[in-house]
Write a protein that binds this ligand. Structure first.
Ligand code: NAD
Ligand code: IPM
Ligand code: MN
Length: 353
């Protein structure tokens, strides 16, 4: 790859604050990366009336290797249309079918679960990212009347289901993880559930060393709290993956730490913290930048810099363990100081590997 080109889309609210810190960390690595800021978000939408154009999406696809996004969501755009256009638009149009969301406890003191240690909370969610109820198919009828009807279709295709399931199995094989958990609601949603379960069983025969188990999502939500240590790889649909990833984030210390990758292998992919624009704390300089920094670490891995990915992950873990962190993690640092702490651990790591 020639010099990788990365689009930074800080977006709204704390998205801007946390992406600034991720950018500092990326620059501190002194890699040959070209970082280009994009203005998209609520301000840009309110000013221009445009969330993102098809030509801009095409440019991202053609001329960039990755996108690092902060968050989208602003009370001045109550319909949330710009967020859907940009975030879901990029996921769909770039066909980023894998939403990879690792849940890893970096410091045992951070979990709300009693008697759980770091190794007990260490799983990844493979969330299907291009289908499900997110596709926006449906509509309303007799809107605003007592007889209003609202339909939101749940789209599941064999191709879409198979490719995310296969990605999860491939990951488990590469990591030598002995079991994969499929999560669905096949008892109530038989058509979608049937497709997911049949596909899971079929693909599973190609990976005889991995035990496939299928669990209903309500039961899994309960069991992730009861005995998270049982789980290593979870594969699920778009909506359940969204919900389980916030649950997982809290098990590991909160949304501020949770990272994600929206990937189509070999194509321009999108990296973003799991959290949103957090209007309740935006502008106060207390947002935790570690989720965004860990997302940029996932991006480094995707761009072919696994050593740098690991260095950043280690630096964040050191900062977390030293409580050189924002208040949500029990620290007293500002967003900028927490980002600075990671840069410092990075440079110390460079001196003594
Ligand atoms: P949120 O993730 O923004 O916030 C939930 C809670 O977690 C808040 O109390 C917030 O203060 C806290 N929090 C989140 N990130 C934090 C961080 N880095 N450091 C410290 N605390 C943090 O979820 P929400 O309130 O449901 O959504 C707010 C807006 O963000 C909405 O418009 C929503 O649609 C949007 N959203 C966007 C994305 C995205 O762009 N990827 C993701 C989720 C929500
Ligand atoms: C996430 C967010 C988005 C989602 C919203 C903002 C549409 O919650 O990335 O987890 O549901 O995918
Ligand atoms: Mn979410």
């Amino acid at each position: 790859m020639s010099m990788p080109r990365i689009a930074l889309i800080p977006g709204d609210g704390i998205g801007r604050e946390v992406v600034a810190e991720a950018e500092k960390v990326l620059r501190a690595l002194r890699l040959d990366l070209e970082l280009v800021r994009w203005p998209h978000g609520a301000d840009h939408f309110l000013k221009t009336g445009v969330s993102i154009t098809d030509a801009e999406v095409a440019e991202l696809e053609r001329e960039y290797d990755a996108i690092l996004l902060g968050a989208l969501g602003d009370s001045r755009v109550p319909s949330n249309v710009h967020a859907r256009d940009i975030l879901l638009g990029l996921r769909f149009q770039l066909d980023l079918y894998i939403n990879f969301r690792p849940v890893r406890l970096l410091d045992g003191r951070l979990t709300p679960l009693r008697d759980k240690k770091e190794t007990d909370i260490d799983f990844v969610i493979f969330r299907e990212n291009t289908e499900g109820v997110y596709v926006g198919m449906g509509g309303t009828f007799k809107r605003g009347t007592p007889d209003e009807v609202a339909i939101q279709e749940d789209v599941n295709t064999r191709k879409g289901v198979e490719r995310i399931i296969r990605a999860a199995f491939e990951f488990a094989r590469a990591q030598e993880i002995p079991r994969i958990t499929l999560s669905d609601k096949a008892n109530a949603m038989e058509h979608a559930g049937g497709l997911w379960r049949r596909t899971f069983a079929e693909v599973g025969t190609e990976y005889p060393e991995i035990e496939p188990e299928a669990l209903y999502v309500d039961m899994l939500a309960m069991d992730l709290v009861r005995r998270p240590e049982r789980y290593r790889v979870i594969v699920t649909g778009n909506l359940f993956g969204d919900i389980l990833s916030d649950l997982g984030a809290q098990l590991a210390g909160g949304l501020g730490l949770a990272a994600s990758a929206n990937v189509h292998p070999g194509r321009t992919s999108l990296f973003e913290p799991v959290h949103g624009s957090a209007p309740d704390i935006a502008g106060r300089g207390i947002a935790n930048p570690f989720g965004a920094i860990l997302s940029s670490a996932l991006m480094l891995g995707h761009l072919g810099f696994p050593d740098e990915q690991e260095r950043v992950e280690i630096a964040v873990r050191r900062a977390v363990q030293a409580r050189e962190a924002t208040p949500d993690l029990g620290g007293s640092l500002s967003t900028a100081a927490a980002g600075q702490a990671v840069c410092r651990y990075l440079s110390e790591g460079a001196l003594s590997p």
